[in-house]
Design a protein around this ligand. Structure first.
Ligand SMILES: N[C@@H](CCC(=O)N[C@@H](CS)C(=O)NCC(=O)O)C(=O)O
Length: 209
C-alpha cells in the first residue's frame, strides 16, 4: 500500500469533515489521505489550519503539490474526480444541478445547526439571542419538511453527494440537537436514514466527541 499523498484537516465531530470521510470510504480512497487532527472553534482557532485555510475552517485538504482545497463541496468534487468508479456527483445534465441543490439544502441544515451549536456552547447564556436561534431552527424545520415531502425517492435511488450530505446533516442533528426530535415530523426520512446509517462508510464515521 502506498503512503497517503494528501492531508485532511480533520475532527471526528465535524459533519462537514464527515461528508468527506464518507465519500472517501464510498470511493475506496481512504488510504490516499492522512488525517491531521484539528481542534477548533470560531473563538479558538487552529494556527496550523489558518496557514492553509485563511477562513480557519475544516475540512481543508492539502494535496501532494501543496495546493490546499476548501470547503467541503470543493473537496468532494475534487475527490470524486480522482477515482475510477461511478461518479458520486453527476458530471453534467439536470441530475447534476438537482443533486447539488439537494446537497446544498443539507449543507444549509448543517450551517444553521452549527450556528446554533456555537451560540449555545460558546456564548454566555445571558447573551443567547432567542429570536436568532428560533430563526435558525426554522430553517432546519423547513428544509427537513421539504426533504420529507419531495425528496425521499430521489434520496433512496443512489447514495451519492446528495444522500451523503443529507445523512451527515441528520447525524449531526442527532449528535447536537436531539431536542429537535426531527424524526417525529419526518417518518420517511427517518426510515431512509436508519437504512443508510448501516452503510460501512457511515458506521466508520460516527461522530466522536
Ligand atoms: N462551508 C464550510 C463549512 C465548514 C465549517 O463550518 N466547519 C466548522 C467545523 S464543523 C469549522 O471549521 N468551524 C470553525 C469556524 O467557523 O471558525 C464547508 O462546507 O466546509
Amino acid at each position: 500500500m502506498s503512503a497517503p499523498s494528501m492531508t485532511l484537516f480533520h475532527n471526528p465531530a465535524s459533519p462537514f469533515v464527515r461528508k468527506v470521510m464518507v465519500l472517501l470510504h464510498e470511493t475506496g480512497q481512504l488510504n490516499r489521505v492522512a488525517l491531521q487532527p484539528s481542534q477548533l472553534s470560531p473563538v479558538s482557532p487552529d494556527a496550523a489550519l489558518n496557514q492553509d485555510n485563511p477562513l480557519g475552517k475544516i475540512p481543508a485538504l492539502r494535496l501532494a503539490d501543496g495546493t490546499v482545497l476548501y470547503d467541503s463541496r470543493v473537496i468532494l468534487e475534487y475527490l470524486d474526480q480522482q477515482h475510477v468508479g461511478n461518479p458520486l456527483i453527476p458530471r453534467e445534465g439536470s441530475a447534476r444541478w438537482r443533486r447539488l441543490t439537494l446537497a446544498a439544502l443539507a449543507d444549509g441544515i448543517l450551517e444553521a445547526a452549527v450556528m446554533i451549536r456555537y451560540e449555545l456552547a460558546l456564548r454566555a447564556p445571558e447573551k443567547h439571542w432567542a429570536q436568532w436561534l428560533d430563526a435558525q431552527r426554522e430553517k432546519i424545520r423547513r428544509a427537513l419538511a421539504v426533504l420529507e415531502a419531495d425528496n425521499i425517492a430521489e434520496l433512496s435511488c443512489h447514495f451519492d453527494v446528495a444522500a451523503i450530505s443529507v445523512a451527515c446533516a441528520l447525524g449531526y442533528l442527532d449528535l447536537r440537537h436531539p431536542d429537535l426530535q426531527w424524526r417525529d415530523a419526518q417518518p420517511q426520512l427517518a426510515a431512509w436514514y436508519a437504512d443508510v446509517s448501516q452503510r460501512p462508510s457511515m458506521q466508520a464515521s460516527v461522530p466522536q466527541v
